[in-house]
Design a binder for this molecule. Structure first.
Ligand code: GLP
Length: 261
């Protein structure tokens, strides 16, 4: 896994946004996997800016979101549908029919999950998947002990996640207990993964994911099995990495590295 450490959240967000934009410029019909949460907000702001100022074109892009709370309608302010619309989709020119987000209100979850997986396959798979990390080491809503081969399904949220996400709701009792989420196995099939984390409160989870053993107790550690994952961190999120000097050495030496492509 390549680890890129930036001094600030803004610089981290811009570097990750450049990687997304460069994919869209080289493959205008790219398929993106998108994440919610506060982590990718800066990246989405930057993509919106690039669309407005540099003409970054999303007209042929397709997107699949990682997850959604069960029971929240699309217009609920805490639903991930609403989040994506407010923070990205309404600022860019993506056709609404190219946007796929798990449904929190389907009446047949099993069939919906199977359809969602099938749609990813039918469009040729995800080219680039964005990920954040929960403080318990989860990716999407794959809580500790989730199978590393899991597919899109319903998950029961961990207490820690409910507590973490309660800040977005009026009362902790309002945080849904269930979510529909891409599985770890689904995520690992993306051709490239950009894994982002910022803030000191993520440092322990990041260290476990990047340098700890591969374990279903930290589902982000499964990214170690992925051949093309880049981890973008701000300085505080990198605070507990043991190999930090090596990661920075690699980046410093990059301009002189042998060309591999
Ligand atoms: C939720 C989402 C994850 C996200 C995590 C961290 O649990 N399902 O996809 O990575 O929150 O959120 P934040 O970026 O707000 O810390």
């Amino acid at each position: 896994m390549e680890v890129i450490i930036k001094e600030t959240y803004d610089l981290m967000s811009k570097a990750a946004a450049e990687a997304v934009a460069s994919l869209i410029n080289s493959k205008p019909n790219a398929v993106l996997g998108l994440a919610t949460g506060s982590t990718p907000l800066g990246l989405y702001r930057e993509l919106a800016r690039m669309h407005k100022s540099d003409g970054l074109d999303f007209s042929q892009v397709t997107t699949f979101n990682l997850d959604e709370y069960v029971g929240l309608t699309k217009d609920h302010p805490q639903s991930y549908h609403y989040f994506m619309h407010e923070n990205l989709f309404k600022h860019i020119n993506i056709p609404p029919q190219n946007v796929y987000i798990p449904s929190g209100t389907t009446t047949n979850y099993r069939a919906f999950c199977a359809w969602f997986e099938r749609r990813i396959e039918e469009v040729g798979g995800i080219d680039l998947q964005l990920l954040g990390i929960g403080s318990d080491g989860h990716i999407a809503f794959n809580e500790p002990s989730s199978s590393l081969g899991s597919r899109t399904r319903i998950k029961t949220l961990a207490r820690q996640t409910i507590e973490d996400n309660a800040r977005f709701f009026d009362r902790i009792e309002d945080v849904p207990v269930y979510a529909i989420t891409m599985g770890v196995g689904t995520i690992l099939e993306a051709r490239q993964i950009l894994f982002l984390a910022n803030g000191e409160n993520k440092a322990a989870a990041v260290a476990a994911a990047v340098e700890g053993p591969v374990t279903s107790m930290i589902t982000a550690s499964a990214l170690q099995l992925h051949p093309d994952t880049i981890c973008y961190l701000d300085r505080p999120a990198a605070g507990k990495l043991k190999m930090i000097d090596y990661y920075e050495w690699i980046q410093a030496k990059r301009p002189g590295a042998p060309k591999t492509a």
